[in-house]
Design a binder for this molecule. Structure first.
Ligand code: ZN
Length: 508
C-alpha cells in the first residue's frame, strides 16, 4: 500500500495507477476500476479483512475535507481512510455525477436487480456493461426493507459504492418498489429515488371475474354517482381501437365490473401522481403496479385503467399487470405459455398505445416465457428481479461454507409458516430431500429444486434478522462475512444467472 501511495505522490496518471494495481499481486486488495481523481485527490476502494474502505490520498481538496474518516500521513501524503457510509456516499455523488441514480424511462430495455444484501451490484454491473440494458440497482419494497432491516438511504448508498467501485457510467435507476401510501412515496422521493412503483393493491377490490351480477351491481351502486356517469359516458357505446386487429369495447356489465375492481385504485394513482410525482417532473419515473391481485388483469381492465390515467394527465412510464398463469417467486412460469402469449400480446399493444413499457414483476427465472416477452415487446420492457439474486448468494454459501448453509436450511424450514404471511408460494416442504441424507457436494442441487428454492427465497428476512439470546445475529454476520470473502465467486454466479435471463429475453 505504501508503494502505491508513493506512486500517487509521484503524480502518476490514473491509467498508470490502474495498470500498476492490475499487475502487482501485492495490490490485489485495491479495486482497479475504483481509482478516481478529483482536484488532486486520488480516491480508491480497497478490500480489508472485514469490509471495504474508501481511501482518499492527497489533501487540500474539498472532497478530501468533506469525507469523514481517519486521517494520517503516509508516503508524504495526507491520507484519509473512510467507511462506506451513507454520509460519505453523498460526498462521492457530489463530485462524481455518474454515481447519482437517474430515471431510466428513456432507455428501452431495463432490468430491476433488487439486491437484498447490498452486495450484488458489482457482479450485476460487470454483466450489464456488455448488454444494451440499463440496470435499476437500488430496488427494494417496504416489505423487503422491513424484512432485511435496511432503509432507503442505505440501499441507495450500497448501489452508489458499487457504481463507484466498478466505474459504471451507463446510468442506473433507484426504484422505491411496491410503495402503498403517500408517506412511503414521499419517503422514497426524499431519499433521491428516481423511480416510484405505486402498488395500488389495497385499493383494488378482489372480485373474481365471474362474480355474480347482483354483487357487482351492489358495489357499483356504492361508487360516487357523478363518477359512474362520467365512466358510462366515456366507456359505453364506443369502441377503442388499440392496434390493427385489436379493438376494445365495454358492455355495461364489463364496465361495472372494472369500475368496482379498479376505480378506487385509479383514483388513488391520480392523487399520488398529482400531489407527489408531478412536482418531481422528469426526475422520477412513475410505475403503476396492479399485479398483486387475486385474479389476472384482463387486457380490457388494463385498458380501463390506462385510458383514465391518460385522461387525467398522469404520465405513466411503466405498468405491471398481473399476467395469466402464475409468476411465483424464484421459479419458472407456471401455466399455459400459449395462453400467456395471447394475452401478453394484447397487454403489449395497450402499453404501446399509451406510450409506456410493460413491467414484469417477479420476473426472475421465468425462462419459458422470456422469449415471448423479449420478442413481443421488441426489447422495450422492464423486468424486475430480486430474490433470485439472494438465491445466488445462498449458492455461494453452500459452496464456501456448507455447515453454515445446513443451519440456515433447518432454520428456514422451521420458520416457513411465518414467512408465508408475506409471500404466496406453492412450495411443499415434504418434497425437499432431508438435508441430513445429503453430502456437502449434493447441497447445491437443492437450489435446482423448486420447493427448496422457494423456501429459502421467502425466508430471507427471518434468516437475516434471527438473533441468539445474547443479542448477536444467528446468521447475518456470518452470511456477510462469507460473501465478502467470496466476493468474486458471487459476482461470477450473478453474471451467469442474470446473464441467462438477458440472453433468453433476447437483450444481448
Ligand atoms: Zn409486483
Amino acid at each position: 500500500m505504501e508503494d502505491f501511495l508513493r506512486l500517487i505522490a509521484g503524480k502518476r496518471s490514473l491509467c498508470e495507477l490502474k495498470r500498476q494495481v492490475k499487475a502487482d499481486p501485492g495490490l490485489s486488495a485495491i479495486y482497479p476500476a475504483s481509482i478516481h481523481e478529483v482536484d488532486g485527490t486520488v480516491l480508491f476502494i480497497k478490500k480489508t479483512e472485514d469490509g471495504k474502505k474508501l481511501v482518499a490520498a492527497g489533501g487540500g481538496s474539498k472532497v478530501f475535507v468533506e469525507l469523514k474518516g481517519e486521517e494520517r500521513v503516509q508516503a508524504g501524503l495526507a491520507v484519509k481512510e473512510c467507511d462506506l457510509t451513507v454520509e460519505n456516499s453523498k460526498v462521492i455523488r457530489k463530485y462524481f455525477p455518474f454515481t447519482n441514480p437517474v430515471p431510466l424511462s428513456p432507455f428501452d430495455a431495463t432490468i430491476g436487480l433488487g439486491d437484498r444484501l447490498g452486495l450484488a451490484s458489482p457482479g450485476h454491473i460487470r454483466l450489464i456493461k456488455n448488454y444494451k440494458v440499463r440496470p435499476v440497482l437500488a430496488q427494494q419494497s417496504i416489505r423487503e426493507l422491513n424484512l432485511t432491516g435496511r432503509d432507503y438511504p442505505g440501499v441507495l448508498a450500497d448501489a452508489v459504492w458499487a457504481v463507484f467501485q466498478e466505474d459504471y457510467r451507463g446510468g442506473f435507476g433507484a426504484d422505491g418498489d411496491h410503495l402503498k401510501s403517500m408517506d412511503e412515496v414521499r419517503m422514497a422521493l426524499d431519499c433521491g429515488f428516481t423511480m416510484i412503483t405505486l402498488d395500488c393493491s389495497e385499493y383494488i377490490k378482489n372480485l373474481p371475474s365471474d362474480a355474480a351480477g347482483e354483487e357487482v351491481d351492489r358495489f357499483y351502486g356504492e361508487l360516487d354517482q357523478d363518477e359512474r356517469k362520467r365512466l358510462e359516458m366515456y366507456f359505453l357505446g364506443r369502441s377503442f381501437p388499440v392496434s390493427p386487429g385489436l379493438t376494445l369495447s365495454f358492455s355495461p356489465e364489463s364496465l361495472r365490473y372494472n369500475a368496482v375492481v379498479y376505480q378506487k385504485a385509479v383514483n388513488f394513482a391520480i392523487k399520488v401522481y398529482n400531489e407527489l410525482l408531478k412536482p418531481a417532473g422528469d426526475r422520477v419515473d412513475f410505475e403503476l403496479s396492479i399485479d398483486e391481485t387475486q385474479t389476472p388483469t384482463d387486457p380490457s381492465s388494463h385498458f380501463f385503467v390506462a385510458a383514465q390515467l391518460e385522461e387525467a394527465g398522469v404520465k405513466v412510464k411503466s405498468l405491471a399487470p398481473r399476467f395469466c398463469g402464475e409468476f411465483q417467486k424464484g421459479i419458472d412460469y407456471i401455466g399455459d405459455v400459449a395462453c400467456f402469449e395471447k394475452e401478453f400480446k394484447e397487454h403489449v399493444r395497450i402499453a404501446e398505445k399509451f406510450g409506456y413499457k410493460l413491467s414484469i414483476h417477479s420476473g426472475s427465472d421465468k425462462f419459458s416465457v422470456f422469449p415471448v416477452i423479449g420478442r413481443e415487446t421488441k426489447g422495450r420492457v422492464h423486468v424486475k428481479t430480486a430474490g433470485t439474486n439472494w438465491l445466488e448468494a445462498v449458492k455461494v454459501i453452500i459452496e464456501a461454507d456448507p455447515a453454515l448453509y445446513r443451519r440456515i436450511h433447518v432454520f428456514a424450514l422451521e420458520h416457513l409458516e411465518e414467512a408465508k404471511k408475506y409471500y404466496h408460494i406453492k412450495a411443499d416442504p415434504r418434497n425437499i430431500p432431508d438435508i441430513n441424507t445429503l453430502r456437502d457436494e449434493q447441497l447445491i442441487e437443492l437450489m435446482n429444486q423448486e420447493d427448496a428454492r422457494q423456501v429459502i427465497h421467502i425466508t430471507y428476512g427471518l434468516i437475516l434478522q434471527a438473533r441468539e439470546e445474547t443479542g448477536e445475529y444467528t446468521f447475518r454476520d456470518k452470511i456477510y462475512a462469507c460473501l465478502h470473502r467470496n466476493e468474486e465467486l458471487y459476482a461470477r454466479r450473478l453474471q451467469e444467472h442474470i446473464g441467462k435471463h438477458l440472453q433468453t429475453l433476447g437483450l444481448s
